[in-house]
Design a protein around this ligand. Structure first.
Ligand code: 13P
Length: 252
């Protein structure tokens, strides 16, 4: 049984006061962590303030990190910096990082390895563009992203990761993949993991869906056989909306 994960990705939204008051409002309202793993991935400057207030059931994650231990990497944040604040999750390889900040599969692989080594749970993102979907090459494209992200990672290490399938055409557009589309691609990601490791690993690794998830569609998505949770952008910004999304994790 894979425990559901409901993760918010705030991207570059909110100021400090808004971030803190969100955590105060939400942290006692989400389901127990034994039932649903609930995470907010916040901008790096807020991490310290939020981790202090996170509570047992609402955990705080980062949206990015660098793969080196330390060094002359202006503007970057290391895994040790994150763990020194108690950060337990990090989103890696989000399509916005790939597209706008030129992150490659190779870089994402290095970051994933570093997160695992340092005891941070990476939420490894994959997903195709509309062009790729229309060309009918989604499976090949997404499975190549997964193979690259997990290069040189053992089964034991892979079990410490979470995958997020986020079709780019569904992110921030209001267009959600249908639950069948999302489930089919996620099944394929699971098969790719089975081919890299084995069926046992593939059946344990949580794979989330992301892209215009909101209270109105979350239950249908989470009811699908292979969708183990959601990575949510816009609808994670409002406290009540996020509480509803987190509670939906209890129903499936
Ligand atoms: P939206 O939920 O705003 O479509 O964003 C999805 C996403 O990119 C989460 O990482």
């Amino acid at each position: 049984m894979r425990r559901k994960v409901i993760a918010g990705n705030w991207k570059m939204y909110k100021n400090r006061d808004e971030a803190i008051s969100f955590i105060y409002e939400v942290s006692s309202q989400v389901p127990s962590k034994d039932q649903v793993e609930t995470v907010i991935c916040a901008p790096a400057v807020f991490l310290r303030d939020l981790v202090k207030r996170e509570g047992e059931d609402l955990r705080i994650g980062a949206q990015n990190m660098y793969f080196e231990d330390q060094g002359a990497y202006t503007g970057e944040i290391s895994a040790d910096m994150l763990t020194s604040y108690g950060v337990e999750y990090v989103v890696l390889g989000h399509s916005e990082r790939r597209g706008l900040f030129f992150e490659t599969d190779e870089l994402i692989n290095k970051k994933t390895k570093q997160a695992i080594k340092k005891g941070i749970t990476p939420i490894v993102c994959c997903g195709e563009s509309l062009e790729t979907r229309e060309a009918g090459t989604t499976e090949a494209f997404v499975s190549k992203q997964i193979i690259a992200a997990y290069e040189g990672i053992s089964k034991e290490e892979a079990l410490k990761t979470i995958v997020a399938y986020e079709p780019i055409w569904a992110i921030g557009t209001g267009v959600t993949a249908t639950s069948e589309q999302a489930n089919d691609t996620i099944k394929m990601v699971r098969q790719t993991l089975a081919s890299l490791y084995d069926q046992d690993a593939a059946s344990q690794i949580r794979i989330l869906y992301g892209g215009s998830v909101k209270p109105a569609n979350v239950e249908e998505l989470l009811a699908m056989s292979d969708i183990d949770g959601a990575l949510i952008g816009g609808a994670s910004l409002d406290p009540q909306s996020f509480i509803t999304l987190a509670k939906a994790g209890l129903k499936s």
